[in-house]
Structures are given as structure tokens and as C-alpha cells.
Design a protein around this ligand. Structure first.
Ligand SMILES: [Zn+2]
Length: 417
């Protein structure tokens, strides 16, 4: 079993080098978007390119030249990000879900140990204008471990793919150090298919945009609030019939779309981080088919948000070695998620409140649903292994991560973390 951690570390970037980092993200995103143009075919998924090797062969030299020789590894990572995104879209397309060409606009650059070197007090990052050395900003308490002491000088951990991110509000740079540690008592070959897997179930909804089976909530209030603000401003603008008002309206629309995307990138990053931090190998969503029937009170911008969230998580998660899967919805919000119960009835749910009519289990309705999403996936895997006789032991291979521990759907066991 492997344990992954992502540690965000604030960086002290020399004033005169800040532009170099901004230039790096610009060129990195250029590579990713150019690679998407190349790999995507809007007419037929069979014509989409989903092989990293093919894309690299076709694009690597061109992109190096077009970016004025961005670090070879960053060009590769940009291409890889595009291929992963296209692959995810093709999977959903095959399931007849609506997809569009992936687009990269969030401030994030993927670094591994060829383009970034982690030192005791600082990290050195490749940019189009040579390396930039950035010291870590650590709390005053100097007993605190640095990313170097904690992960790099520690033989148990391995420095993995990390990312450079920028907070537009505080104008600060963060290095999200990705690390991996093997639990030597268990499966050490790192292959995700042979060992026990842990699942993070995600429920998407209106009151809460997303809820994880670990009990982590991403509330929809702020999202709804800003959509409403934009709508009000739009309505006020539509009263005036001048050309200036018309132009203003167009700019407003553009800003709103950018804001919505940025917001969902943040939520998607949070979902992926939750999976990494709780040691999950797979993030599971429900497919969005018939979502309008299932959530009749959802507005267009909620449905839009669900699709974007699944899409963004679909290409961000593989960068952290986390897979993304989908299950068919089947009364996940009406079923009792207690393993010894499982009673399913529409009377179990009343708005945000879930109370099982059989066993009395009372809990937030979305949290109950998120656990069910994870459990359904775990049961599906268990059943398919049993019917194909490939599982030699009767042991279920998939656990669901919940608040404070894990659930095993087939043995009915709860283990504390
Ligand atoms: Zn129950």
C-alpha cells in the first residue's frame, strides 16, 4: 500500500523573478492547450489521440521551438496533461455523455524532479529564463519540519510530481509538494491493481455542490450567491439600450464565465486533495445521465457545475495517481448507508435530513449519499471479481474512506483510521 501526501508550501519568490514564474505558467498552459487542439477530434472519439507517445512524437519539437525552449520536462508535462484530459473525455463520450474539448486556464504548473530540485530551505524551479530559487516561508516556530526534512531526506518518502500554484487574491506562490511513501508490510510494487484499493465517494448536489464520503463539504452557497449577483447586474444593464450597455453586458458575461470556471477549479482541486490526503486511489461520481429528472430543482448553472467538476477532477486526479470512476445512480440518496442496514425508502430522506425508517440512523442526507456512492462502487468491483473467479481469497479488494475510518462493503467491517 502506498501513502501519498501533498504539502502546500508558501514560497518567497524574489521580486525580479516573479514574472518568470508567470511566464512559465503561460507557456505551460500554451503547450497543454496546443496539445489538446492536436489530440481532440470533435466529430469522432475514435479519431481523438489518447496515446502520450504519439502526441509527444508529433508535438515535442514544435512546442519546444514555439515556447522558446521551455524546459523539456515542462513541455512533456503539458502534453501529458492534455492527453490525460482527452482520454477522460473520450471515456465519458463513449458512455454517451456530453463532452467538449478540454481547456486549460487555471494557474498551475506540473513539476517533477527533473524540472524542480528540492533543497533543505528552498526549491529551485525551471523557467524559460533559467532556474528560480525560492525559499520556503515557514512559520516562526523553527522546530517545524521543512518539506526537505520531512520528505526528501526521509528514505521512506519519495518526491513525486508536484505543482506550482498562485493565489490571485494574496498574490502569493505555493509549491504543492507531492510525495509518496510505501508501507513496506504491504504491496510494494506500487501497482494499483494488485493491492487493496480505497475509494472516495462524491455526491454532487444543489445545497452542497459536492460532499465526500469522508464528510468533507463544498457548500454551494457562495456559488449561488455570485451567480445571483451576476444575474442582477445583467438585469440592470439590460434596462439600458445603449451600445455602451451592450458592450458592458458582453464583458460581464465573459467575466462571469471566467469566474465560474475558476470557482470550480478550486472545488475540483479540493476534491483531488481530499483523495490524496486521505490515501484514496479512486474518486467515484455518479453518472450525470437524467440529472434533470433526478434533481428537478437544480438550475442550469448547477448542472453546468456538475459537468465541469467531473471534467476537471477527471484530468487533475490522474496527475496525482488517483483514478476517477463513475457508477450508475440507484437510489443513493434514499438508501441507508449503514452496512448492517441498507434499507431503501423515499421516506428516509427529507430535504437535507436523512433518517432511516428502519434503523433510525440520522445524518446529513448528502453525506449519506456520498458514502453510498463509494459503497456501490466497492460492491460492483467485488461482484465482478467474484463472478470472474479471479479473486482467490474471499477478501473484498475495495474499502470506502469515510469520516474517521474505512468501510468494507462485503465483510461489513468498519475499521478506524
Ligand atoms: Zn438504516
Amino acid at each position: 500500500m502506498e501513502i501519498r501526501r501533498t504539502a502546500p508550501v508558501k514560497l518567497d519568490v524574489p521580486d525580479e523573478r516573479r514574472d518568470d514564474l508567470h511566464e512559465t505558467v503561460k507557456q505551460f498552459l500554451y503547450c497543454a492547450n496546443r496539445a489538446c487542439d492536436y489530440c481532440w477530434d470533435k466529430y469522432d472519439y475514435d479519431d481523438c489521440i489518447t496515446s502520450k507517445a504519439t502526441a509527444e512524437k508529433a508535438l515535442y519539437d514544435e512546442l519546444r521551438e514555439e515556447t522558446d525552449y521551455l524546459h523539456a520536462n515542462l513541455v512533456e508535462k503539458g502534453i501529458r496533461r492534455a492527453v490525460e484530459a482527452v482520454k477522460g473525455c473520450v471515456e465519458r463520450w463513449k458512455k454517451r455523455q456530453r463532452v467538449s474539448q478540454p481547456e486549460f486556464d487555471s494557474w498551475s504548473v506540473v513539476y517533477d524532479k527533473r524540472a524542480a530540485t528540492i533543497h533543505d530551505e528552498m526549491v529551485s524551479l525551471a523557467t524559460p529564463d533559467g532556474r528560480v530559487e525560492c525559499e520556503y516561508v515557514c512559520p516562526a516556530d523553527d522546530s517545524r519540519e521543512t518539506p526537505y526534512s520531512e520528505y526528501v531526506a526521509n528514505d521512506d518518502y519519495e518526491f513525486r510530481t508536484s505543482s506550482l500554484q498562485y493565489d490571485r487574491v494574496t498574490e502569493e506562490f505555493y509549491f504543492h509538494v507531492g510525495t509518496r511513501k510505501y508501507d513496506r508490510d504491504h504491496d510494494t510494487d506500487g501497482s494499483p491493481n494488485t493491492g487493496h484499493q480505497t475509494v472516495l465517494g462524491i455526491d454532487l448536489g444543489v445545497n452542497n455542490l459536492a460532499v465526500a464520503s469522508t464528510g468533507r463539504f463544498w457548500h454551494g452557497g457562495e456559488y449561488d450567491h455570485w451567480i445571483e449577483e451576476f444575474e442582477n447586474r445583467r438585469a440592470a444593464m439590460q434596462q439600458k439600450e445603449t451600445q455602451a450597455a451592450h458592450n458592458c453586458l458582453l464583458r460581464l458575461g465573459k467575466r462571469e464565465r471566467a469566474w465560474r470556471k475558476q470557482y470550480l477549479h478550486t472545488v475540483a482541486n479540493g476534491i483531488v486533495a481530499e483523495a490524496v490526503e486521505t490515501g484514496c486511489d479512486i474518486i467515484v461520481f455518479e453518472v450525470l445521465d437524467n440529472i434533470r429528472d433526478r434533481l428537478p430543482w437544480a438550475d442550469w448553472y448547477h448542472i453546468w457545475a456538475f459537468r465541469r467538476l467531473q471534467e476537471y477532477v477527471g484530468y487533475k486526479a490522474p496527475e496525482q495517481d488517483v483514478a476517477v470512476e463513475q457508477i450508475e445512480p440507484n437510489h443513493t440518496s434514499q438508501r441507508c448507508s449503514r452496512l448492517d442496514c441498507g434499507f431503501t425508502h423515499e421516506g428516509n430522506r427529507d430535504g437535507q435530513h436523512f433518517e432511516c425508517q428502519n434503523c433510525g440512523y440520522a445524518v446529513d442526507a448528502d453525506y449519506n449519499a456520498a458514502k453510498n456512492v463509494g459503497l456501490r462502487y466497492a460492491r460492483n468491483v467485488h461482484h465482478s471479481l467474484r463472478s470472474s473467479h479471479t479473486s482467490s481469497s474471499g477478501d473484498a479488494p475495495v474499502d470506502v474512506r469515510i469520516h474517521g475510518g474505512t468501510l468494507n462493503g462485503s465483510t461489513g467491517q468498519y475499521s478506524a483510521a
